[in-house]
Design a protein around this ligand. Structure first.
Ligand code: NAD
Length: 342
């Protein structure tokens, strides 16, 4: 097995999960770190015993020449960093949201394709084991042909405490969380021909929208609903669970609160506990997301070694990002539109 030496850019809130996950993947090591903020850089360096620390990404990549770079910064920096990696022929993983605009995202994909460099977006929600259990069940044909789907994420969890920038942007829930739910809808139901979105802000202390309701028409000929909210107080807080409903010609699939999978088919109903494992470094309630980080990063290592395209490649993610952009356009105009035209 080829040893892979990685470098990480962005030592912030979420990157800690990425560092723990790399440490658990055989044959992969993070050999250098970069952050503009020296205190964060040192903190991460000390936590994970990485001595090579840089405040300048170009200096790090030129000196260390890693086998890949893991970009864990926020979206405004992504284009410059991905283009930097491409210019040095270094394969790159880039956190979501991939880019602030479609033009930036397309330029990033083109830069990597021109350089022949693999590019994966860290779109990890479809790697959650409960979501994969739903997909396996759907693919088995047990419920027949699907005619309705719903991907739902409703919570009142204080995400702003760990990620204060989420309260400050003009855009919030579709770009930050809806993007994952839209990607899950693509993963389960296929690509989208039309989207209708309505958004609103309920929490007066934030700038962007914290509620979104979206209707997707799929190429497969049926519609699904993707709904998300960070303004929904429930008896039991579900963060960060995504709930799924699928109705098919022969039965139904439900992924309910508490990772309970219920499948009803011609022969009756069965229940399964599809709770994600609690990895040694993980903590509740984030363990579901944390496991998906470990799984997507293991997928990247495997794809990089095999020379195959990762599932959530930059090119694939253009379709998810187009749904985000189209959702904002649809909500602003009160219309519906074809995401392939944005
Ligand atoms: P953060 O602000 O806590 O951390 C980002 C870090 O990047 C900061 O320390 C900053 O100094 C550094 N940085 C920014 N630009 C840089 C540059 N050009 N060079 C070097 N360092 C630079 O942000 P976060 O909350 O960790 O989020 C990072 C990204 O992860 C965001 O895009 C966010 O949407 C994403 N995220 C993904 C998930 C998921 O489940 N996939 C969950 C949370 C956050």
């Amino acid at each position: 097995m080829r040893e892979l030496r990685g470098a990480l850019i962005g030592c912030g809130f979420f990157a800690r999960n990425q560092m723990h996950a790399w440490a658990g993947i055989p044959g992969v090591s993070i050999v250098a770190l970069c952050d503009r903020d020296a205190a964060r850089l040192d903190d991460m360096g000390e936590s994970f015993a990485v001595a090579a620390r840089f405040t300048d990404a170009a200096a790090m990549l030129r000196e260390v020449r890693p086998d890949f770079v893991d970009i864990a910064t926020t979206a405004p920096s992504h284009r410059a960093l991905v283009e930097l990696a491409a210019s040095l022929a270094i394969p790159a993983i880039c956190q979501k949201p991939f880019a602030p605009t479609m033009d930036d995202a397309r330029a990033m994909v083109e830069a990597c394709e021109r350089a022949g460099v693999p590019l994966m977006v860290h779109e990890n929600f479809r790697w959650q084991s409960p979501i994969r259990a739903v997909r396996r069940c759907l693919a088995s044909g047990e419920i027949g042909a699907p005619f309705f789907g719903r991907v739902s994420f409703r919570s009142a969890y204080d995400v702003y405490a760990g990620q204060p920038y989420l309260a400050e942007g003009e855009r919030f829930i579709v770009e930050d969380l809806g993007i994952h739910a839209l990607d899950i809808a693509r993963f389960l139901f296929g690509d989208v021909t039309r989207i209708t979105a309505r958004t609103r802000r309920v929490n007066p202390r934030i700038r962007g929208e914290d509620v979104a309701t979206m209707l997707l028409d799929h190429e497969a000929g049926f519609a699904s609903v993707v709904d998300c909210s960070y303004a929904t107080r429930l008896e039991t807080e579900r963060f960060p669970q995504t709930l799924i409903e699928i109705d098919g010609s022969e039965g139904t699939i439900r992924l309910d609160e508490g990772y309970r999978l219920t499948v009803t088919g011609p022969d009756g109903t069965r229940h399964e506990d599809v709770s994600p494992p609690l990895l040694p470094w993980a903590s509740r309630p984030w363990h579901n997301i944390q496991e998906s980080v470990a799984l997507i990063q293991a997928h990247w290592a495997q794809a990089l070694r095999a020379g195959t395209e990762p599932d959530t490649s930059g090119r694939d993610n253009l379709k998810t990002l187009a749904l985000v952009e189209a959702a904002y356009l649809s909500a602003a105009a009160g219309s519906s539109l074809d995401p392939r035209e944005v």
